[in-house]
Design a protein around this ligand. Structure first.
Ligand code: ATP
Length: 236
């Protein structure tokens, strides 16, 4: 479904990605784990068109997309939930969800998807006219995921959905990510520093260090890998 071939991205002279190769198959949950500054966010932004790679190819459903602009990429069903959530704080929940569907005009489909996200997160329906900025951190993350779902993604890119959330809420969010993958036929690419939780729900995983992929395997294998345990799972 998605393939990155030798993707190299820069910020000025700083090379953040040093030749990334990875692939995602339809229906999978794949996670990209790595420490601070490894290049996880840059990988997602390169896929969604917000950072333009200097070298390499990004192939989505058979078509090169590395030169397309972000709107064109969203239209094709490749949608990112950014780190830090970035909901529109002064807009209501309803308005935020409507913004998620701004590139669509299939009214019945938009209504069906809104019902779907309210089924996933009933609290958002209860607060539909509340300003998004007054929601708790966990609720804002729910809204950010819901807003992305309103764009009807085929491939959902999630940037650290657990960031800053309490353990119980993290568990809920990860369960919902799994549910979206299963019920909604959505392939998931999950970037996380919370490697333990991410590896528990993922089919496969890549480890990113200093702009390079250093390991990739089935998530269940990496959960038991000594170097991963030591570096990312807090076990020695
Ligand atoms: P974290 O988990 O801490 O968010 P990350 O793995 O997502 O980290 P990136 O945010 O992709 O890492 O950053 C990769 C590298 O690129 C880092 O060295 C970072 O300092 C640098 N970088 C990121 N954004 C910019 C920018 N806008 N300008 C200059 N350098 C940047």
């Amino acid at each position: 479904m998605l393939k990155l071939v030798n993707v190299q991205s820069f910020y000025g002279k700083i090379q953040a990605l040093k030749g990334i190769n990875l692939e995602l198959h339809e229906g999978e949950i794949v996670t990209l784990i790595g420490g601070n500054g490894a290049g996880k966010t840059t990988t997602l932004m390169s896929i969604s068109g917000l950072v333009k790679p200097k070298f390499g190819e990004i192939i989505y459903r058979g078509q090169q997309i590395q030169t397309l602009n972000p709107d064109e990429i969203v239209k094709q069903g490749l949608v990112q939930v950014p780190e830090g959530r970035r909901i529109f704080p002064d807009f209501t929940i309803l308005e935020n969800l409507e913004m998620g569907a701004y590139l669509r005009n299939d009214k019945a489909g938009i209504k069906a998807d809104m019902d779907y996200v309210f089924g996933l997160f009933p609290i958002l329906k209860e607060r539909i006219q509340q300003s998004a900025g007054t929601l708790s951190g966990g609720e804002q993350q729910m809204l950010a995921i819901s807003r992305a779902l309103m764009a009807r993604p085929k491939l959902l890119l999630l940037d650290e959905p657990s960031l800053g959330l309490a353990p119980l809420i993290i568990k809920d969010i990860f369960n919902i990510i799994k549910q979206i993958n299963k019920e909604h036929n959505t392939t998931i690419f999950l970037v996380e520093q919370n490697a333990n939780q991410a590896l528990q729900i993922a089919d496969r995983a890549y480890v990113l260090e200093n702009g390079e992929i250093t390991l990739h395997d089935k998530a269940s294998v990496l959960l038991n890998d000594e170097s991963v345990k030591k570096a990312y799972l807090g076990m020695s």
